[in-house]
Design a protein around this ligand. Structure first.
Ligand SMILES: [Zn+2]
Length: 446
């Protein structure tokens, strides 16, 4: 009767205590004594050598925490004089929890914070964290994300720190999130990638540590700075000029200038509304320098309409010569970037790849920062990378060549492979799909 209560048939329950929040069981093992010494292997030369009470935590029951005290038998060997404890096949003796609790903690720590999981079952937070970290290491070993042809390296501000998001630009998916964005971290990540020669292009932010890491580990890959990171600087220059002009106007005009800032940041061709065209006219008449800066911003964007890299270079040189002295300081950030990252920025005109997921990524990070309080960085990372439902997969077929190469050993060693009839099918994992992730966050199921 009591044995049924904990549902562990290898134990006999000797006693049970119940309090408001806890069950405490006292049990002993019912399995047969060991047939040989666990230290030297000698058969049938053991004797009992005292018992020790050890506490193991188990799954919560009836909303109470469950602790199981095991009167654990110790044996001594007459041959080698060593002592050892009896085996407890249902228990993880290093972590002092039942094996089934390990599985429960693995799932629960993806859903709740470590502290609340620990509280719910009675173990300390460190135990939950350790079990979770082991679990992630296991998942990582099992998962083989496909190395992308176009690798993306983006920085985000997540849980109070800058992190580095690694993406598959072509497939719009996340393949990793690195705790830090410094050079060593990126180098060590890139060095662990398989098939590194498959990477043709790397799209990145203008951040020197990324560039040095890529040049060192994948020197054959071409670095491309995304258009959006560059034109953003033109808009920033314009914003600086708008702000500088705030001092010269009345409070009312200042508010109006704030409200109309979007007009300045919009491309002229997108200003369809007549009202907005008038607004732009008023501000640029009132502040001629702001008008000139607007024109320069527009011209800069136009560089990206170029149809060849040579045309782009010409357009940029022309643009640069049009920047008047008075505006130089405002456009300094942009001009510096164009000098420091010239090659990578102009690579775009030969390989116009772009992070079409930037907006999804930003939304994703915003939501994670919102729900992420109390979660560790590792948890959020694992939730994204290892939740099956978020993955982008493609089934690939291979025929005879694979059979000849690998023979029958395949399924065990390559968990993603299966044989259907005469063909081998395997799944390629492209990381976590951006649109699936954002959808899940919007629906509140993340
Ligand atoms: Zn022995």
């Amino acid at each position: 009767m009591l044995t049924n209560m904990i549902n562990l048939p290898n134990f006999k329950i000797l006693d049970m205590k119940e309090s408001a929040d806890d069950y405490r069981f006292l049990v002993e093992s019912t399995t047969l004594p060991p047939s040989h010494c666990l230290k030297c292997g000698t058969v049938a030369n053991l004797y009992k050598h005292g018992k020790k009470q050890q506490l193991f935590f188990d799954l919560p029951m009836h909303a109470k925490r469950v602790g199981i005290y095991v009167n654990r038998q110790r044996y001594k060997c007459r041959e080698c004089n060593e002592t050892f404890f009896e085996n407890l096949p249902d228990m993880d003796v290093n972590r002092s929890v039942t094996n089934r609790l390990i599985n429960w903690i693995q799932e629960a720590s993806l859903e709740k914070t470590f502290t609340s999981v620990a509280e719910e079952i009675g173990v300390d937070e460190k135990t939950v964290r350790n079990i979770f970290n082991d679990y992630v290491a296991e998942l990582e070993a099992q998962t083989d994300f496909r190395t992308p042809k176009w690798l993306g390296i983006d920085e985000v501000h997540l849980l109070k720190n800058y992190r580095c998001v690694i993406t598959d630009v072509e497939n719009k998916s996340v393949i990793d999130i690195l705790r830090k964005r410094n050079k060593d971290v990126v180098i060590s990540y890139l060095s662990r990638l398989q098939d590194i020669d498959k990477i043709e292009l790397v799209a990145m932010d203008m951040w020197n540590p990324y560039k040095s890491a890529v040049k060192l580990v994948i020197p054959h890959a071409k670095i491309v700075i995304d258009k959006f990171h560059v034109v953003k600087l033109a808009n920033e220059a314009l914003e600086k000029i708008r702000k500088a002009n705030r001092q010269n106007v009345s409070a009312k005009e200042r508010r109006q200038l704030m409200r109309d800032r979007y007009v300045l940041l919009t491309r002229r061709k997108d200003l369809n509304d007549f009202d907005n065209q008038i607004k732009l006219q008023i501000w640029t008449d009132m502040f001629p320098l702001l008008g000139q800066a607007y024109e320069l911003k527009e011209q800069f964007f136009d560089i990206y309409e170029a149809e060849s890299i040579n045309e782009a270079y010409k357009l940029y040189q022309n643009w640069f010569s049009n920047v008047p002295k008075e505006l130089m300081a405002y456009f300094e950030g942009l001009i510096k970037a164009m000098n420091n990252w010239e090659e990578e920025i102009f690579n775009y005109f030969n390989s116009p790849i772009t992070n079409a997921y930037t907006e999804s990524l930003n939304r994703l990070i915003k939501t994670m920062n919102h729900i992420g309080r109390g979660y560790s960085f590792e948890t959020l990372r694992a939730k994204i990378l290892f939740t099956q439902g978020y993955r982008k997969l493609k089934k690939k077929k291979k025929f005879k060549e694979v059979e000849v190469t690998f023979g029958k050993m395949l399924p065990d060693h390559f968990p993603n492979w299966e044989q259907t009839g005469y063909e081998w099918v395997y799944e390629e994992i492209y990381g976590a799909d951006f649109s699936t992730l954002t959808k899940s966050m919007e629906e509140g199921t993340f």
